[in-house]
Design a protein around this ligand. Structure first.
Ligand code: F6P
Length: 352
């Protein structure tokens, strides 16, 4: 069998671990020929497909490496028009691909699902994102690494905050879900954690900072990029025309700084962590999870279970129909145990 593998959407730590595991399993268990598609769906959209053979040697030694050896793209839309769909179909046929394993977030899974139907190929999905927001998946690889990076940043911010008696705001990624801000904030001992699922009340934050000005003399605020003040809108960094995911969030830490400063004696400073959260080596947890996901994707291919996405549910690796995750996001339930715990130990969630 000839199997294509692609990585789509924003990169994240652990992609190479999946590529390695799925390729090794397909070769060893199924004697398959594995073809890497470059830069996500973009590699199938041109007059000449951009691909690289994935053999045992090519995927050896990449377990720890950040990024993706295949390259990725989060703006390519293979369904943009009829001509593009026809080109993708011609490329899939010319390459003799029977199945494509698409490693990506909800956008990539939606595209893979629709494309498979449009061009008559089979697909198997593997969820990835540092946002941890894929429906029906309780943990995507890349998230643990991003939490580690962001919480380490919070710890470093704390020492300078306490030296200068400042209020420090640290912004994490995460799009419209607050998982990254919540877990990094808890692990990084933030006093205030603001997530997109709760429109924050400015006065509640002012009250915490003022109380701490009297005692600890510094405050750490961790805010997810999708969070917003009650009655205000999200902070959009950029809009990318033609992209399947056109809105890029970012900069809310600066917006909050402007709003807070007039009410406080302490200086308020903002740090936007940005892409540092997506780079670098995956943690051991993410290396193991990504390897399990890649291995399971190969089992789905070899047993002919197509149209399914590998997932983690109740701590077990399993799979769900791709259709059930396409175009939906997993956001934090306000009664999630981590939210309850945060409130109980006195972390302010920006609630009035
Ligand atoms: O979905 C992953 C993610 O890192 C989000 O957290 C963030 O909003 C977005 O991608 C950034 O995208 P880009 O790399 O295009 O700026």
């Amino acid at each position: 069998m000839r199997v294509g593998v692609l990585t789509g959407g924003g990169d994240c730590p652990g992609l190479n671990a999946v590529i390695r595991a799925v390729t090794k399993s397909l070769i060893r268990q199924g004697d398959c020929e594995v073809i890497g598609i470059e830069d996500g769906f973009e590699g199938l959209m041109g007059a000449t497909p951009r691909v690289m053979p994935l053999d045992w040697e090519r995927v050896s030694g990449i377990l720890h490496a950040g990024g993706t050896i295949l390259g990725t793209s989060n703006s390519a839309n293979p369904l943009a028009n009829e001509a593009t769909v026809a080109q993708v179909k011609a490329n899939v046929q010319a390459l003799g691909l029977e199945v494509v394993v698409s490693i990506g977030g909800d956008g990539t899974q939606s595209l893979a699902h629709a494309l498979a139907q449009a061009v008559g190929m089979q697909c198997v999905g593997v969820p990835k994102t540092i946002d941890n927001d894929i429906a029906n998946c309780e943990r995507s690889f890349g998230f643990d690494t991003a939490v580690a990076t962001a919480s380490e940043a919070l710890r470093r911010i704390e020492s300078t905050a306490s030296s200068h008696h400042r209020v420090m705001i640290v912004e994490t990624m995460g799009r419209h879900a607050g998982w990254l801000a919540l877990e990094a904030g808890i692990a990084g001992a933030a006093d205030v954690i603001l997530v997109p699922e709760i429109d924050y009340d400015l006065q509640a934050i002012i009250d915490v900072c003022k109380a701490r000005e009297q005692r600890q003399r510094y405050t750490i605020i961790c805010i997810g990029e999708g969070a917003k003040e009650s009655g205000h809108s999200q902070t959009v960094r950029q809009t990318i025309a033609g992209s399947t995911d056109p809105v890029r969030l970012g900069g809310v830490a600066h917006v909050l700084r402007e709003r807070l400063q007039p009410h406080l004696k302490s200086e308020v400073r903002a740090t936007v962590l940005g892409h540092v959260q997506r780079g670098g080596e995956p943690t051991p947890f993410d290396r193991v999870l990504a390897t399990q996901f890649g291995h399971h994707a190969a089992q789905l291919v070899l047993s002919g279970q197509f149209g399914r996405m590998v997932t983690l549910q109740h701590g077990r690796i399993t799979s769900v129909p791709i259709a059930s995750v396409a175009n939906s996001q997993r956001r934090i339930d306000l009664h999630h145990p981590l939210m309850v715990m945060a409130r109980d130990i006195g972390i302010c969630l920006g609630e009035a």
